[in-house]
Design a protein around this ligand. Structure first.
Ligand code: GDP
Ligand code: IMO
Ligand code: MG
Length: 424
């Protein structure tokens, strides 16, 4: 099996967790390359539900190695409580969880700064997950971040914490005195976790390179989605990391030549959590049905996800950036009850129709989607595992997507459970 990237092609929550879980069976290593605890990847095995935030999804398969790459940002307290929860469910991580020494830490002050900034933005808030992601990546780029390796030098660690608090004095002065004192304590206390972290630190680039050379194969687990990418997303309504395929190389230290197949995860309709433009959003009964049938509530924050029709203009853009080689289409079953299904094939803006996506706020906020209507199948597809068994109209919907995106379908998901899947 080749190495494979599993990448979100929309605004996240496409069902990457389920796809990674299935493909892990055929791989040796699962490596996450970007994002932090803003991610929420759901896997349902029989009737048991797991939501992974920082730990790579591969951890649910007993003998697979999991990697936290330097492109991520990690909140250590969150990481160890997630591992503790998994342990209670008999999932252990000893000798199979590796962390890059260069991964940046999300510190307690990052979460506080994010809260103060979102408040200051008022109506223009981004609607972040509140996990300290933006401030942590900002410190990385500003070369004042704290990495896991810095935990091994307590003096340097303390100096960096003090420096980071000092340069934020202005903003942090908005906090009551006792909160500021407690924030400083909490931040310095992160050092106490170093004993737990030290045994996990590994040169990830070298490890992956050697493993691949020795015939092992890797799933690169994407987090968020292409339209949340810091460069290619709907800026500033996006996250702060490189969520696209380029992030695999910079987030793990491997060559593009080793990336292999690009599996683009496409939800059969569109959702988005948080603020920002969304051309095909349905603030109607349709949106309500999608939200209810798809159980569209954020896996990290529990917020209701905004819902709308599939947007092929956006997907074409996303497929170009990622070079998607195969499609994993998820949540087809959620469309089962519609008599007509709409798919956006163009944007109409200022009297002109365009089929090229431009991540420009004004265009996206003011354009009218141009829809093609496709007949619905109005039969249950839930749990179908054989393509031939799909209703003809459902096959037509799937084929239409594949043709428009000029990309073959590789997997169709017909329910949230592991086995509710069609492989092609
Ligand atoms: P991720 O962030 O891309 O891993 O996706 P999330 O886990 O945040 O959200 C996807 C949600 O859809 C989860 O609740 C999954 O259990 C669920 N899910 C995944 N595939 C399917 C499917 O084919 N049908 C249905 N009904 N639910 C699905
Ligand atoms: P997974 O991996 C959906 C969104 C937030 C917000 C914006 C910025 O589960 O697909 P951040 O906290 O990253 O600064 O928030 O990005 N967001 C996600 N939306 N799925 C995710 O991850 C997301 N991670 C961040 O809702 O709009
Ligand atoms: Mg999610």
């Amino acid at each position: 099996m080749p190495n494979r990237v599993v990448v979100g092609t929309q605004w996240g929550d496409e069902g990457k967790g389920k796809v990674v879980d299935i493909l892990t069976e055929e791989a040796d290593i699962v490596a996450r390359y970007s994002g932090g605890a803003n991610a929420g990847h759901t896997v349902v095995i029989d009737n048991e539900k797991f939501i992974l935030h920082l730990v790579p999804t591969g951890i649910l398969h007993k003998n697979k190695v999991c990697v936290i790459g330097n492109g991520m940002v990690i909140d250590l307290e969150h990481l160890f409580s997630e591992l503790e929860e998994l342990k209670k469910r008999e999932i252990t991580f000893q000798k199979r969880l590796l962390i890059s020494p260069n991964v940046h830490l999300v510190m307690p002050y990052h979460k506080v700064l994010e809260r103060l900034e979102e408040k200051a933005r008022g109506k223009q808030k981004i609607g972040t997950t509140g996990r300290g992601i933006g401030p942590a990546y900002r410190d990385k780029i500003a070369r004042r971040g704290i990495r896991t390796i810095d935990l091994l030098d307590s003096q340097r660690f303390e100096q960096r914490v003090e420096f980071n608090l000092r340069i934020r004095e202005g903003l942090l002065s908005l906090l009551p005195e006792h909160e500021l004192i407690s924030l400083r304590h909490k931040s310095l206390n992160v050092l106490k976790l170093r004993r737990k972290v030290k045994p996990l630190l590994t040169d990830i680039g070298l490890f992956l390179h050697r493993s691949i050379r020795n015939g092992k194969n890797v799933i690169f687990e994407g987090a968020q989605g292409t339209l949340l990418d810091i460069d290619f997303g709907t800026y500033p309504y996006c996250t702060s990391s490189s969520t696209t395929v380029g992030g695999v190389c910079t987030g793990l230290g491997i060559s593009p030549a080793l990336v292999g197949e690009v599996i683009g995860v496409v939800k059969a309709y569109t959702t988005r959590v948080g603020d920002g433009p969304f051309p095909t959003e349905e603030k109607t009964k349709v949106g309500e049905i999608l939200q209810e049938s798809g159980n569209e509530f954020g896996a990290t924050t529990g917020r209701p996800r905004r819902c709308g029709w599939l947007d092929l203009v956006m997907l074409k853009y996303s497929f170009r950036i990622n070079g998607v080689s195969k499609i994993a289409l998820t949540k087809l079953d959620v469309l089962d009850t519609f008599d007509k299904i709409k798919v956006c094939v163009g944007y109409r803006y200022r009297g002109k129709t365009s089929t090229e996506f431009v991540p420009d706020l004004r265009t996206l906020q003011n354009c009218q989607p141009v829809y093609k209507e496709i007949p619905g199948w109005q039969k249950s597809t839930e749990g179908i595992t054989n393509f031939k068994r799909l209703p003809d109209k459902a096959k037509r919907y799937v084929d239409f997507i594949s043709q428009k995106l000029k990309t073959p379908i590789f997997m169709i998901s017909t329910g949230n459970k592991r086995d509710q899947t069609i492989r092609l």
